[in-house]
Write a protein that binds this ligand. Structure first.
Ligand code: SF4
Length: 240
């Protein structure tokens, strides 16, 4: 289930170039407006009986079609944090390409982090891993995950995996997608095994190379194909 309290975004790094929503060839590129959505208060909205519309014990992917840490959302985020705090029975998954804005975006009572917040830091290549992950690890966060999404080259995450709960890998989707080589994916899996971190190969992306053979993968098959390869290691832990 997703919660998109605001909409609109613009590129922040290498993985954004062909963003499905706002990238170079997306319909909304350069013409999207960053604004609140009509679902802004969704986690705390109630029905006539006064019960929450969203029942508890859920995972809510938050701002997966924008970025929670956009500077344009600074004012709205104050209220978003209050809603997140009000729903300790929901796990909020916040994935960002703007982890450098984390500290300036926190509520006053954040302390060592809210228990129900998972922060995900995206790293698409080694340069971004080396710049973002040391910052990410230095911040007060209770639960951290890394998303290599889209994976654009081989990455060595091993210096950074202590303190990370989970790693997700996906290839890039879309007509302009860059290739994702299975030979980049497998070493990340090995790094996760060595560090005892759960690993999820979520999607092959549109252009997938395996055993040196490049294939175009239909959008509806990308998740299935990654699943069929059966290399994810989730150990029965909650998938996020
Ligand atoms: S941060 Fe995410 S939503 Fe924003 S442009 Fe980049 S990929 Fe798209």
């Amino acid at each position: 289930m997703n919660w998109e309290p605001w909409t609109g975004c613009y590129p922040a790094s290498d993985g954004c170039t062909y963003c499905y929503f706002y990238g170079l060839y997306a319909k909304r590129y350069g013409q999207n407006t960053i604004q609140k959505t009509d679902k802004f208060d969704w986690p705390v909205r109630t029905n006539k009986k006064g019960e929450y519309n969203i029942k508890g014990d859920k995972i809510l992917a938050t701002c997966f079609a924008t970025d929670f840490f956009l500077p344009e959302a600074d004012e709205w985020r104050i209220e978003a944090w209050q809603m997140i705090k009000k729903r300790p029975d929901i796990d909020f998954l916040i994935l960002t390409k703007r982890i450098d804005r984390f500290l300036v975006s926190l509520p006053n009572d954040w302390g060592n982090g809210y228990n129900n917040v998972n922060i995900g830091c995206t790293v698409e290549n080694q340069k971004l891993a080396d710049s973002r992950l040391p910052l990410f690890l230095s911040y007060p966060i209770k639960r951290r995950f890394v998303a290599c999404s889209p994976l654009l080259e081989s990455i060595d995450l091993s210096p950074y995996l202590s303190g990370i709960d989970h790693v997700t890998v996906s290839g890039e989707s879309g007509r302009e997608a860059r290739e994702c080589d299975y030979d980049w994916v497998l070493p990340i899996r090995e790094q996760c095994i060595a560090a005892d971190v759960t690993f999820w190969f979520k999607s092959t992306g549109s252009l997938f190379k395996k055993d040196g053979i490049l294939q175009k993968v239909n959008p509806f098959q990308q998740v299935n194909l990654a699943k069929e390869l059966d290399i994810s290691i989730l150990d029965g832990k909650k998938l996020f």
